[in-house]
Design a protein around this ligand. Sequence first.
Ligand code: APR
Length: 311
Amino acid sequence: MSKVTVVGAGKYGSTTAQRIAEWDIVDEVVMTDIVEGLPQGLALDMNQSRPVVGYRTKVIGTNDYADTAGSDVVVITAGLPRKPGMSRMDLLGVNAGIVKAVTEEIVRYSPDAVIIVVTNPLDQMTTLAAEVSGFPKNRVLGQAGMLDSARFAHFISETADVDILDVTAVTLGSHGETMVPVPSMCSVGDKPLSDVLDADTIDELVDRTRNGGAEIVAFLKTGSAYYAPSAAAAAMVRAVVEDSGAEMPVCAWMEGQYGIEDVYLGVMAKIGANGVEQVIEADLTDEEVAGLREAAVAVAAKVADLEQIDL
Ligand code: APR
C-alpha cells in the first residue's frame, strides 16, 4: 500500500494533499495538523469529491501521528508565516521548533520515508529536517526550484506570447536574491530562450521571478501563494511514489558537484523512490556556476544562524 503524509493542513498542505489525491497515484493521503478538526473536516470534504472527480485515493485527516505510520513520503508544510513585528530570526526560531518536532514524529512512525520540506525559510528547514531525522541526505529534500522555474516559465510564456507547454525554464541556487536563473537550460520549443527574448527582457523576467512570492502576497494581503507551490511539491511526491527518475530542480544535498559540498542547494536532480537518486551536474556556463557557488556560500551563512537557536 502506498501512503503519503502531508504535515500542516493549511493552504499549502491541503492543496498538496488534494492534488496528490486527485492524481489517484497512492492508496492514502494523510493530512495532519495541530488544529483539532481542521484536517478531519478538509479530508471529509475532499473524499466527497471523489465520485465527481473520479479517483479512489482516500484522504485521512488526523491530529495523531500514529495514523501517519508507514508513510512512503512525508511533506512538511507546517509552520507559521511571518507576522508584523516578527524579525527574520524570530520566524526562524518558531518554524525551526515546529520542523524539529514534526521531524521527530516522522522518524518515529515512518523511519523509511522520503521527507520533502516546503516550510520557510526553506534552506534552513531542509537542513534541520535532515539533521534531526538522521536519514541519509538523499531522503531529505526541499522544494523551491520547481516553483521558481514554473513562475519563470509562466512569465516567459506571457511575455513571448507562446504556449506555456512549449516553455522549459530552469532556476537553481536558492530562493530570492540567490536564485540562479539558468538561461542555458531555458528554451521555447526547440529554440534557446535567447532567440525568443532579448537579454534585457529576460533580466526583467528573472527579477519578477525572484520576487514572485512577494508579488502574490501583495495582492492577497494575508497569506501566501499555494497553487503553484503545491503543484511543485506534489510533482516531487509523484516522482518518488512512481520511482520515475524525473529530472527536476530541487533543494538537494551537495557532495562535490560543481565544486560545492556539505550544503543544501537548488540543483537539477533525478528523483525516485529513494528521494534524490542523483544530483545532475549540468553543463552550465561559467557565470551560472559562479552564481551557484555564491548561492551555496549564502545558504551556508543562513544555516549557521540555526546554531544560535536553542532548540
Ligand atoms: N504540527 C502540525 N501542523 C502545524 C504545526 C505543528 N507543530 N504548527 C503549525 N501547523 C499548521 C498550522 O496549524 C496551519 O494549519 O501549519 C499550517 C500552516 O498553514 P498556513 O498558515 O495556511 O500556511 P501555508 O500557506 O500553508 O504555508 C506553509 O509553506 O510556503 C511555506 O512560508 C510558507 O512556511 C510556510 C509553509
